[in-house]
Design a protein around this ligand. Structure first.
Ligand code: IMP
Ligand code: MG
Length: 209
Protein backbone atom coordinates (compact mmCIF):
# COMPACT_ATOMS: atom_id res chain seq x y z
CA UNK A 1 0.00 0.00 0.00
CA UNK A 2 1.27 3.51 -0.76
CA UNK A 3 0.60 6.50 1.50
CA UNK A 4 0.81 10.25 0.92
CA UNK A 5 4.36 11.42 1.61
CA UNK A 6 3.72 12.80 5.14
CA UNK A 7 1.88 9.68 6.38
CA UNK A 8 4.63 7.48 4.96
CA UNK A 9 7.22 9.52 6.83
CA UNK A 10 5.23 9.32 10.10
CA UNK A 11 4.81 5.54 9.78
CA UNK A 12 8.54 5.18 9.09
CA UNK A 13 9.27 7.25 12.23
CA UNK A 14 6.82 5.17 14.34
CA UNK A 15 8.43 1.93 13.11
CA UNK A 16 11.89 3.19 14.11
CA UNK A 17 10.59 4.31 17.54
CA UNK A 18 8.95 0.91 18.10
CA UNK A 19 12.07 -1.05 17.23
CA UNK A 20 14.17 1.22 19.48
CA UNK A 21 11.69 0.65 22.32
CA UNK A 22 11.78 -3.12 21.76
CA UNK A 23 15.58 -3.15 22.07
CA UNK A 24 15.36 -1.11 25.28
CA UNK A 25 12.64 -3.38 26.74
CA UNK A 26 14.86 -6.45 26.40
CA UNK A 27 17.69 -4.66 28.21
CA UNK A 28 15.41 -3.13 30.86
CA UNK A 29 14.46 -6.66 31.96
CA UNK A 30 18.07 -7.12 33.12
CA UNK A 31 17.83 -4.26 35.61
CA UNK A 32 16.96 -4.54 39.28
CA UNK A 33 16.08 -0.85 39.49
CA UNK A 34 16.23 2.34 37.46
CA UNK A 35 18.32 4.88 39.38
CA UNK A 36 18.10 7.83 36.98
CA UNK A 37 15.48 7.98 34.26
CA UNK A 38 15.77 9.60 30.84
CA UNK A 39 13.87 12.77 31.81
CA UNK A 40 16.09 13.33 34.85
CA UNK A 41 19.22 12.91 32.71
CA UNK A 42 17.95 15.40 30.12
CA UNK A 43 17.06 17.97 32.79
CA UNK A 44 20.39 17.63 34.62
CA UNK A 45 22.35 17.93 31.36
CA UNK A 46 20.74 21.28 30.69
CA UNK A 47 21.82 22.49 34.16
CA UNK A 48 25.36 21.14 33.74
CA UNK A 49 25.57 22.78 30.31
CA UNK A 50 24.63 26.13 31.84
CA UNK A 51 27.24 25.75 34.60
CA UNK A 52 29.92 24.99 32.01
CA UNK A 53 28.78 27.81 29.69
CA UNK A 54 29.04 30.28 32.58
CA UNK A 55 32.52 29.22 33.68
CA UNK A 56 34.01 29.23 30.17
CA UNK A 57 32.02 32.14 28.69
CA UNK A 58 33.94 33.79 25.85
CA UNK A 59 36.67 31.12 25.84
CA UNK A 60 37.42 28.17 23.62
CA UNK A 61 37.30 24.79 25.33
CA UNK A 62 38.99 21.48 24.55
CA UNK A 63 36.62 18.70 25.58
CA UNK A 64 38.35 15.35 26.09
CA UNK A 65 36.00 12.38 26.35
CA UNK A 66 37.22 9.26 28.10
CA UNK A 67 35.78 6.55 25.88
CA UNK A 68 33.92 4.29 25.63
CA UNK A 69 31.92 5.13 28.76
CA UNK A 70 31.60 8.88 28.22
CA UNK A 71 30.54 8.86 24.57
CA UNK A 72 26.79 9.20 25.05
CA UNK A 73 27.08 11.68 27.92
CA UNK A 74 29.57 13.83 25.98
CA UNK A 75 27.52 13.67 22.77
CA UNK A 76 24.50 15.08 24.59
CA UNK A 77 26.36 17.48 26.89
CA UNK A 78 28.32 19.29 24.17
CA UNK A 79 25.05 20.09 22.43
CA UNK A 80 24.12 22.12 25.54
CA UNK A 81 27.28 24.21 25.20
CA UNK A 82 27.23 27.54 23.42
CA UNK A 83 31.00 27.78 23.41
CA UNK A 84 33.56 27.18 20.72
CA UNK A 85 34.82 23.67 21.49
CA UNK A 86 37.39 21.24 20.16
CA UNK A 87 36.64 17.58 20.80
CA UNK A 88 39.00 14.66 21.22
CA UNK A 89 38.90 11.27 22.91
CA UNK A 90 41.19 9.26 25.13
CA UNK A 91 40.85 5.55 25.81
CA UNK A 92 41.73 4.31 29.25
CA UNK A 93 41.52 0.72 30.31
CA UNK A 94 41.05 -0.08 33.98
CA UNK A 95 38.31 -2.69 33.99
CA UNK A 96 37.89 -5.89 32.09
CA UNK A 97 34.55 -7.62 32.49
CA UNK A 98 34.79 -7.79 36.25
CA UNK A 99 32.95 -5.52 38.63
CA UNK A 100 36.14 -4.15 40.18
CA UNK A 101 39.33 -2.70 38.70
CA UNK A 102 41.82 -5.40 37.80
CA UNK A 103 44.81 -3.22 37.05
CA UNK A 104 46.06 0.34 37.23
CA UNK A 105 44.48 2.66 34.63
CA UNK A 106 46.32 2.39 31.34
CA UNK A 107 46.13 5.00 28.57
CA UNK A 108 45.74 2.99 25.39
CA UNK A 109 44.84 5.67 22.85
CA UNK A 110 46.41 9.10 23.01
CA UNK A 111 44.88 12.50 22.38
CA UNK A 112 46.05 14.19 19.18
CA UNK A 113 44.92 17.71 20.14
CA UNK A 114 47.63 20.13 21.29
CA UNK A 115 46.23 21.41 24.58
CA UNK A 116 49.11 23.69 25.61
CA UNK A 117 47.63 27.02 26.75
CA UNK A 118 44.07 25.75 26.18
CA UNK A 119 41.22 25.28 28.69
CA UNK A 120 40.67 21.52 29.01
CA UNK A 121 37.60 19.73 30.32
CA UNK A 122 38.08 15.98 30.84
CA UNK A 123 34.81 14.05 30.82
CA UNK A 124 34.20 10.55 32.14
CA UNK A 125 31.06 8.55 32.75
CA UNK A 126 31.62 7.75 36.42
CA UNK A 127 33.98 8.55 39.26
CA UNK A 128 34.52 5.48 41.41
CA UNK A 129 37.94 4.82 42.99
CA UNK A 130 39.17 8.06 41.37
CA UNK A 131 42.22 6.33 39.89
CA UNK A 132 41.27 6.84 36.24
CA UNK A 133 40.65 10.58 36.40
CA UNK A 134 43.54 11.35 38.74
CA UNK A 135 45.89 9.44 36.41
CA UNK A 136 44.54 11.17 33.29
CA UNK A 137 44.76 14.58 35.02
CA UNK A 138 48.40 13.90 35.89
CA UNK A 139 49.15 13.23 32.22
CA UNK A 140 47.27 16.32 31.01
CA UNK A 141 48.90 18.65 33.54
CA UNK A 142 52.28 17.85 31.91
CA UNK A 143 50.91 19.25 28.64
CA UNK A 144 50.48 22.68 30.29
CA UNK A 145 46.85 23.49 29.56
CA UNK A 146 45.56 26.98 30.51
CA UNK A 147 43.19 25.23 32.92
CA UNK A 148 42.15 21.66 33.65
CA UNK A 149 38.76 20.62 35.01
CA UNK A 150 36.84 17.37 35.15
CA UNK A 151 33.21 16.46 34.64
CA UNK A 152 31.46 13.16 35.38
CA UNK A 153 27.91 12.03 34.90
CA UNK A 154 27.94 9.90 38.07
CA UNK A 155 29.90 10.02 41.31
CA UNK A 156 30.11 7.12 43.78
CA UNK A 157 31.49 9.23 46.60
CA UNK A 158 31.94 6.38 49.07
CA UNK A 159 34.24 4.22 46.95
CA UNK A 160 37.25 6.52 46.51
CA UNK A 161 40.72 4.99 46.97
CA UNK A 162 42.57 8.16 45.96
CA UNK A 163 41.84 11.75 46.97
CA UNK A 164 39.99 13.12 43.95
CA UNK A 165 36.85 15.17 43.33
CA UNK A 166 35.36 16.23 39.97
CA UNK A 167 34.53 19.88 39.22
CA UNK A 168 31.17 19.10 37.59
CA UNK A 169 28.99 16.17 38.69
CA UNK A 170 25.69 15.03 37.20
CA UNK A 171 24.43 12.76 39.99
CA UNK A 172 25.78 11.34 43.24
CA UNK A 173 24.92 7.63 43.50
CA UNK A 174 25.38 4.83 46.04
CA UNK A 175 27.96 2.06 45.62
CA UNK A 176 26.09 -0.16 43.17
CA UNK A 177 27.15 -1.43 39.76
CA UNK A 178 25.21 0.60 37.21
CA UNK A 179 24.74 0.37 33.46
CA UNK A 180 23.10 2.45 30.75
CA UNK A 181 23.55 5.86 29.12
CA UNK A 182 27.08 4.89 28.08
CA UNK A 183 27.97 2.75 31.08
CA UNK A 184 28.54 -0.89 30.33
CA UNK A 185 29.04 -4.31 31.70
CA UNK A 186 31.25 -6.32 29.31
CA UNK A 187 30.53 -3.65 26.64
CA UNK A 188 26.78 -4.28 26.90
CA UNK A 189 23.88 -1.99 27.94
CA UNK A 190 25.49 1.26 26.78
CA UNK A 191 22.48 2.19 24.65
CA UNK A 192 19.95 2.15 27.51
CA UNK A 193 18.45 5.65 27.76
CA UNK A 194 18.39 5.48 31.60
CA UNK A 195 20.86 4.46 34.31
CA UNK A 196 20.01 1.31 36.26
CA UNK A 197 21.37 -1.31 38.63
CA UNK A 198 22.23 -4.56 36.86
CA UNK A 199 20.66 -7.68 38.39
CA UNK A 200 23.31 -9.43 40.52
CA UNK A 201 22.90 -12.75 38.68
CA UNK A 202 23.85 -10.99 35.42
CA UNK A 203 26.92 -9.31 36.81
CA UNK A 204 29.30 -12.11 35.95
CA UNK A 205 27.73 -14.75 33.71
CA UNK A 206 30.35 -17.30 32.58
CA UNK A 207 29.11 -17.19 28.98
CA UNK A 208 30.30 -13.55 28.70
CA UNK A 209 33.88 -14.19 29.69
P1 IMP B 1 37.74 4.68 38.78
O1 IMP B 1 39.09 4.71 38.15
O2 IMP B 1 37.63 3.60 39.82
O3 IMP B 1 37.25 6.01 39.28
O4 IMP B 1 36.75 4.12 37.71
C1 IMP B 1 36.28 4.82 36.67
C2 IMP B 1 35.87 3.85 35.58
O5 IMP B 1 35.37 2.62 36.10
C3 IMP B 1 34.74 4.44 34.77
O6 IMP B 1 35.25 5.10 33.65
C4 IMP B 1 33.92 3.22 34.40
O7 IMP B 1 34.37 2.74 33.15
C5 IMP B 1 34.22 2.18 35.42
N1 IMP B 1 33.12 2.01 36.40
C6 IMP B 1 33.14 2.28 37.71
N2 IMP B 1 31.96 2.00 38.29
C7 IMP B 1 31.17 1.53 37.31
C8 IMP B 1 29.79 1.06 37.28
O8 IMP B 1 29.06 1.05 38.28
N3 IMP B 1 29.34 0.67 36.07
C9 IMP B 1 30.09 0.68 34.94
N4 IMP B 1 31.36 1.10 34.92
C10 IMP B 1 31.90 1.52 36.10
MG1 MG C 1 34.93 4.05 31.57
Amino acid sequence: MTYPLEIGAILHHVTIMQSKQAAHNILLEDLDAILVDEAAITARLKELGQEINTIYAGRELAVIAIINGAIIFVADLIRELNLSIQLDCIRVSSYRDEMRPVQEPEIIDKVRLDVKGVDVLLIDDILDSGKTLSQVCKIFRKRQPASLRTCVLLDKQTTRSVDFEADFVGFQIADEFVVGYGLDFAERYRQLPCIGVLKPELQNPPEWS
